[in-house]
Design a protein around this ligand. Sequence first.
Ligand SMILES: *Cc1c(COP(=O)(O)O)cnc(C)c1O
Length: 242
Amino acid sequence: MTGHSPSDAPRAAEIAAGLTEVRERIDRACAQAGRPAGSVRLVVVTKTFPSTDIRLLHDLGCVEIAENKDQEARQKSADLEGLTPPMRWHMIGQVQRNKARAVATWADVVESVDRLALAQALSAGAVAAGRSIDVLMQVSLDPEPADSRGGVRPADIPALASSVARLPGLILRGVMGIAPYPGDPDRAFRTLETVAARLVAEVPGADVISAGMSGDLEHAIRHGATQVRVGGAVLGKRANVR
Ligand SMILES: *Cc1c(COP(=O)(O)O)cnc(C)c1O
C-alpha cells in the first residue's frame, strides 16, 4: 500500500491546487484579523472521498483529517495505517452512544461531544483501548432553541465541561461550532468565541476553537478560530450531500 500509480497525478494536482487556495485564504484571513500566520490549523474533511485522496493529502503535508461516520472512518484509518507521520483522525459527526466504543478505537480527536453520556462512553472506550482522546464540546449556534445541527446550548457548557474534564482517557481541548446556514456567521462565531473564553478561564489549556468551513472560514478566523474544517474547497464537490 505504498507508492502511487501514474493515474494519481491529475487528482494529486487538483488537490494540491485546492490546498494552496485554502491555505492562502487562511493566511489572508489571519492577516486581516491581525493574527499571526500559522495560528490557524487546517483540518481537511474527507467524508465521502476515498482513502486514496487521503493518502495524497498526506503526501502534501496534511495529517489532520476529519470524518463524520464511524464505519467509513474506521475503514479509511485501517487502509492508511502506518503512515509517517501518523494521521490525526477527527470525528466531527454526531456519535450514537452505542458507537462510542468503536469511535474510541480510531479517533484521535472527537469534536462533537454534546452530552455527558456520550463523553462517559468515549471515556470507557478510550480506557479499554489504552488510548487518550482529545475532545471538543460541540456548541449549538442556532438561534432557535430547537437546534438542527446538534450541540450543547452555550448556557450548559460550563456544567458539561467540569464533568468531562474529570473523565479518564479524555482530554478536554475546547469547543467546536457550526454556523447556521442560512444565517449570520459573524453572530454565531461571536457566540462561540464568548463560550470559548469562559471555558478557558475554567479549564486552562482548553483553548481550541474549531470553527469555519469552506463557505465561512474567514468569518470564523475573524472570531478567533484556531482550527478550520474544510472539505469542498480542498477536495471538490461531494458526490452526495450529507
Ligand atoms: C462536512 C463538514 C465540514 C466541511 O464542509 P465543507 O463545506 O465541505 O467545507 C465541516 N464541518 C462539519 C461538521 C461537517 O460535517
